[in-house]
Design a protein around this ligand. Structure first.
Ligand SMILES: *Cc1c(COP(=O)(O)O)cnc(C)c1O
Length: 463
């Protein structure tokens, strides 16, 4: 067991810093996907302890081929950011400080970091400055919290108080969303008590945006009933934006809540050039986003924003008797999120936003979008290469149609596998409008033009 006065502690921590630096330096040259599906870490249940430095040395050795270099510049799968220098350092210290960001009393420092980071984020993202902010694990929990607030708010307007009356017997609430809404919106809704019968999935256009005319008809047919409309800024495949402004115009005086899932798309607000895509963004009632994607902070870091702080506060009203009084000057972080005891991730956000500033965040977002354009124009130059989405952000969908291939869907799955086992880049597939395509997401602060050229070379080689 480690002793409180362990003389090795300092040297062990320095060693860890070396392990971390070794790993980070290896990123540009590493096989991007893991090279094994089963890293050799298996051991019998440890009846007795092992010195921590031995555990760590062996872990570093055993885990290596199971690591995915998603922190590096050539992982183009999912939508995955890396970790900037400052955010990583703040994240390490957050573990060392081991603050509980539950309430003000458990860490005034964590509370202050959240208060300030919240203010900065609202300003950066162009959201109402008096909205309330919660710091959660990721966009899944941000969507959950926001949709929960929406559910309770529209029921409240219908004369039903969830806090007092619960959900059983409540009036029916319908959720309208595009068929292309993110899976985490659906799972949030199911955790919040919505069944398939209460979710109205609406056809989408070529880019995955909700069809506004169908939406209008569905809204009119439900006139007078409580509604939630869940929209997306940054479709997870195409990067397309649904317009909050248009939907707000359709809803007019209807008892409705507009939620915007902007896991990565909301960061377009950091760029004056791209912010025009977020038309009417401040007319939504709630927003969800991820900092571990485009802000490039380490996992886990999601953000939920609610326009009406009173509604936000009601979503979770029970308090432990020993937690002290909450006030404007004494933020209780757990009042705004589903969790109770929690990591002080506000400290990392505070450091990351200071490190980059508005100009640095803007630069990362614009560079990734510029690189996505480069992917698109280079793909179009490859034989039978075609970009099937309108590249409005950082997402590119690619389809090849070599004349000698019959089953193009299977072909794309094989090409992705070949790219992944080649290891210079990581690219996955997705289903888009009934076809399997390669999906390229540019979201890492370190990705450069040379990395894109490597990607294009790999595609060429593996076709
Ligand atoms: C990534 C993503 C989510 C889920 O976010 P997590 O951080 O994985 O919880 C939700 N919506 C969209 C559009 C996303 O891209």
């Amino acid at each position: 067991m480690d002793q409180p006065d362990n003389p090795d502690r300092r040297s062990d921590l320095h060693k860890i810093a070396d392990h971390a630096a070794d790993y980070l330096e290896s990123l540009p040259g590493r096989h991007v996907g893991g090279t094994t599906t089963a890293p050799d870490m298996e051991r019998p249940f440890p009846e007795t302890g092992t010195p921590a430095d031995v555990v760590i040395d062996e872990l570093v050795r055993d885990i290596d081929d199971g690591l995915v270099a998603s922190a590096g510049p050539r992982h183009f799968g999912f939508v995955i950011g890396g970790a900037t220098h400052g955010s990583l350092m703040a994240d390490w210290l957050t573990s060392a400080w081991d603050q509980n960001a539950q309430v003000y009393l458990t860490s005034p420092a964590a509370a202050a970091a959240e208060t300030i980071a919240a203010r900065w984020l609202l300003e950066l993202l162009g959201l109402p400055t008096d909205a309330s902010v919660g710091f959660v694990t990721g966009c899944q929990m941000a969507n959950f919290t926001a949709l929960g607030c929406g559910r309770d708010a529209v029921l409240r307007v219908s004369g039903w108080e969830v806090e007092r009356q619960g959900l059983f017997g409540a009036p029916q609430v319908t959720v309208l969303m595009s068929e292309c809404g993110h899976a985490t919106v659906r799972s949030s809704l199911s955790m919040l008590g919505f069944g398939e019968g209460q979710i109205c999935e609406i056809a989408s256009d070529q880019e995955g945006r909700i069809d506004l005319e169908v939406l209008r008809t569905e809204i009119e047919s439900r006139s007078g009933t409580p509604l939630i409309v869940s929209l997306q800024a940054g479709n997870v495949n195409t990067g397309a934006f649904e317009s909050v402004g248009d939907v707000a115009d359709i809803l007019k005086e209807q008892n409705a809540w507009i939620h915007l899932d902007g896991a990565f798309g909301l960061w377009a607000a950091a760029s004056p050039k791209l912010a025009t895509r977020l038309d009417g963004v401040d007319r939504a009632d709630s927003w969800a986003t991820d900092a571990h994607k485009w802000l490039n902070v380490p996992y886990d870091s999601g953000i939920v924003v609610i326009k009406d702080p009173a509604q936000h506060r009601r979503f979770k009203s029970a308090r432990c008797a020993y937690t002290g009084e909450e006030s404007d000057q004494r933020r209780d972080g757990s009042s705004w999120v589903p969790e109770n005891s929690r990591r002080a991730r506000g400290l990392v956000l505070y450091a990351a936003i200071r490190e980059l500033g508005r100009s640095g965040i803007r630069e990362i977002v614009e560079r990734c979008c510029g690189l996505a354009q480069r992917v698109a124009s280079e793909v179009e130059k490859l034989p039978s290469g075609q970009v099937v989405n309108d590249v409005v952000l950082n997402q590119v969908l690619v389809r090849f149609s070599p004349p000698d291939v019959d089953d193009l869907d299977a072909f794309h799955a094989e090409v992705a596998e070949r790219i992944q086992s080649d290891g210079k880049c990581w690219v996955g597939t997705t289903e888009w409008k009934g076809q399997t395509v390669l999906r390229v997401s540019v979201c890492n602060w370190q990705t450069t033009e040379e990395d894109i050229d490597v990607l294009i070379g790999v595609m060429k080689d593996q076709l």
